[in-house]
Design a protein around this ligand. Structure first.
Ligand code: HEC
Length: 122
Protein backbone atom coordinates (compact mmCIF):
# COMPACT_ATOMS: atom_id res chain seq x y z
CA UNK A 1 0.00 0.00 0.00
CA UNK A 2 2.63 2.46 1.04
CA UNK A 3 4.74 1.43 -1.92
CA UNK A 4 1.92 2.00 -4.39
CA UNK A 5 1.42 5.52 -3.07
CA UNK A 6 5.05 6.50 -3.18
CA UNK A 7 5.37 4.81 -6.57
CA UNK A 8 2.71 7.02 -8.09
CA UNK A 9 4.29 10.02 -6.46
CA UNK A 10 7.57 9.24 -8.18
CA UNK A 11 5.67 8.85 -11.45
CA UNK A 12 4.02 12.23 -11.02
CA UNK A 13 7.32 13.86 -10.15
CA UNK A 14 8.85 12.40 -13.31
CA UNK A 15 6.03 13.84 -15.40
CA UNK A 16 6.44 17.26 -13.81
CA UNK A 17 10.18 17.18 -14.35
CA UNK A 18 9.64 16.15 -17.95
CA UNK A 19 7.32 19.08 -18.52
CA UNK A 20 9.83 21.48 -17.00
CA UNK A 21 12.57 20.13 -19.22
CA UNK A 22 10.79 21.54 -22.28
CA UNK A 23 13.06 24.35 -23.37
CA UNK A 24 11.25 27.63 -22.88
CA UNK A 25 12.78 30.81 -21.62
CA UNK A 26 11.02 32.54 -18.77
CA UNK A 27 9.00 35.10 -20.71
CA UNK A 28 7.93 32.80 -23.55
CA UNK A 29 4.58 31.11 -22.94
CA UNK A 30 4.33 27.35 -23.37
CA UNK A 31 2.80 26.51 -26.72
CA UNK A 32 -0.28 24.37 -27.16
CA UNK A 33 -0.03 22.44 -30.42
CA UNK A 34 -3.79 21.93 -30.62
CA UNK A 35 -4.49 25.63 -30.38
CA UNK A 36 -1.69 26.13 -32.88
CA UNK A 37 -3.36 23.75 -35.33
CA UNK A 38 -6.42 26.00 -35.35
CA UNK A 39 -4.41 29.17 -35.70
CA UNK A 40 -2.40 27.62 -38.50
CA UNK A 41 -5.38 27.76 -40.87
CA UNK A 42 -4.22 31.31 -41.61
CA UNK A 43 -0.75 30.15 -42.53
CA UNK A 44 -1.63 27.11 -44.64
CA UNK A 45 -2.41 29.08 -47.78
CA UNK A 46 1.19 30.14 -48.10
CA UNK A 47 3.20 27.66 -46.07
CA UNK A 48 1.20 24.59 -47.07
CA UNK A 49 -0.82 22.21 -44.96
CA UNK A 50 1.17 21.47 -41.86
CA UNK A 51 3.91 23.73 -43.14
CA UNK A 52 5.49 20.84 -44.97
CA UNK A 53 4.64 21.72 -48.51
CA UNK A 54 4.38 25.05 -50.24
CA UNK A 55 1.07 25.87 -51.78
CA UNK A 56 2.65 27.54 -54.82
CA UNK A 57 6.22 26.32 -54.91
CA UNK A 58 6.94 27.59 -58.40
CA UNK A 59 5.54 31.08 -58.04
CA UNK A 60 6.87 32.41 -54.76
CA UNK A 61 9.34 31.17 -52.25
CA UNK A 62 7.50 30.27 -49.08
CA UNK A 63 9.85 28.72 -46.58
CA UNK A 64 9.02 25.34 -45.15
CA UNK A 65 8.14 25.85 -41.50
CA UNK A 66 6.90 22.38 -40.55
CA UNK A 67 9.39 20.50 -38.38
CA UNK A 68 11.43 23.60 -37.66
CA UNK A 69 12.57 23.99 -34.08
CA UNK A 70 9.81 25.77 -32.13
CA UNK A 71 12.39 28.23 -30.79
CA UNK A 72 13.34 29.14 -34.33
CA UNK A 73 9.73 29.72 -35.38
CA UNK A 74 9.02 31.93 -32.36
CA UNK A 75 12.23 33.88 -32.92
CA UNK A 76 11.38 34.38 -36.59
CA UNK A 77 7.84 35.56 -35.83
CA UNK A 78 9.09 37.94 -33.16
CA UNK A 79 11.64 39.32 -35.58
CA UNK A 80 8.91 40.00 -38.14
CA UNK A 81 6.73 41.62 -35.49
CA UNK A 82 9.51 43.85 -34.25
CA UNK A 83 10.55 44.81 -37.77
CA UNK A 84 13.96 43.22 -37.41
CA UNK A 85 12.90 41.07 -40.35
CA UNK A 86 11.31 43.33 -42.89
CA UNK A 87 9.21 41.09 -45.12
CA UNK A 88 5.93 43.07 -45.43
CA UNK A 89 3.54 40.10 -45.57
CA UNK A 90 4.97 38.23 -42.64
CA UNK A 91 5.35 41.47 -40.73
CA UNK A 92 1.64 42.18 -41.11
CA UNK A 93 0.78 38.66 -40.01
CA UNK A 94 3.18 38.53 -37.09
CA UNK A 95 2.09 41.91 -35.77
CA UNK A 96 -1.36 40.46 -35.13
CA UNK A 97 0.00 37.48 -33.18
CA UNK A 98 0.30 37.44 -29.40
CA UNK A 99 3.22 35.73 -27.70
CA UNK A 100 0.85 32.90 -26.82
CA UNK A 101 -0.27 32.57 -30.45
CA UNK A 102 3.36 32.38 -31.57
CA UNK A 103 4.12 29.72 -28.99
CA UNK A 104 1.06 27.70 -30.05
CA UNK A 105 1.98 27.92 -33.72
CA UNK A 106 5.57 27.00 -32.96
CA UNK A 107 4.44 23.97 -30.96
CA UNK A 108 2.17 22.89 -33.78
CA UNK A 109 4.69 23.32 -36.59
CA UNK A 110 7.59 22.14 -34.48
CA UNK A 111 6.03 18.75 -33.99
CA UNK A 112 5.43 18.29 -37.67
CA UNK A 113 2.10 20.07 -38.13
CA UNK A 114 0.42 17.69 -40.49
CA UNK A 115 0.60 14.72 -38.16
CA UNK A 116 -0.96 16.76 -35.37
CA UNK A 117 -3.87 17.65 -37.62
CA UNK A 118 -4.62 14.20 -38.94
CA UNK A 119 -4.22 12.55 -35.54
CA UNK A 120 -7.09 14.67 -34.26
CA UNK A 121 -4.86 16.74 -32.02
CA UNK A 122 -3.35 13.84 -30.08
C1 HEC B 1 0.48 35.58 -47.62
C2 HEC B 1 1.41 34.45 -47.49
C3 HEC B 1 1.86 34.05 -46.08
C4 HEC B 1 1.04 33.76 -45.00
C5 HEC B 1 -0.48 33.77 -44.91
C6 HEC B 1 1.95 33.37 -43.93
N1 HEC B 1 3.25 33.45 -44.34
FE1 HEC B 1 4.90 33.01 -43.22
N2 HEC B 1 6.11 33.59 -44.76
C7 HEC B 1 5.67 33.99 -46.01
C8 HEC B 1 6.83 34.37 -46.82
C9 HEC B 1 6.78 34.88 -48.27
C10 HEC B 1 7.96 34.18 -46.00
C11 HEC B 1 9.43 34.48 -46.34
C12 HEC B 1 9.67 35.89 -45.88
C13 HEC B 1 11.10 36.30 -45.90
O1 HEC B 1 11.75 36.09 -46.92
O2 HEC B 1 11.55 36.84 -44.89
C14 HEC B 1 7.48 33.68 -44.71
C15 HEC B 1 8.30 33.35 -43.65
C16 HEC B 1 7.86 32.77 -42.46
C17 HEC B 1 8.72 32.29 -41.39
C18 HEC B 1 10.23 32.32 -41.39
C19 HEC B 1 10.72 31.03 -41.97
C20 HEC B 1 12.22 30.94 -41.99
O3 HEC B 1 12.70 29.89 -42.47
O4 HEC B 1 12.91 31.85 -41.56
C21 HEC B 1 7.92 31.79 -40.43
C22 HEC B 1 8.35 31.17 -39.11
C23 HEC B 1 6.55 31.98 -40.88
N3 HEC B 1 6.55 32.56 -42.11
C24 HEC B 1 5.45 31.61 -40.15
C25 HEC B 1 4.14 31.87 -40.53
C26 HEC B 1 2.99 31.61 -39.69
C27 HEC B 1 3.07 30.95 -38.30
C28 HEC B 1 1.90 32.02 -40.37
C29 HEC B 1 0.44 32.03 -39.90
C30 HEC B 1 0.17 32.75 -38.67
C31 HEC B 1 2.36 32.53 -41.66
N4 HEC B 1 3.72 32.42 -41.70
C32 HEC B 1 1.53 32.99 -42.65
C33 HEC B 1 4.36 34.05 -46.45
C34 HEC B 1 3.23 33.86 -45.66
Amino acid sequence: MKNAVSGSFVGLAAILLGAMAVPASAQVPVGDARAGAQRAATCAGCHGIGGLRNAYPDVFHFPKIGNQHPEYIVAALQAYRSGERSHPTMRAIASSLSDQAMADLAAFYGQGGLRATTAGGK
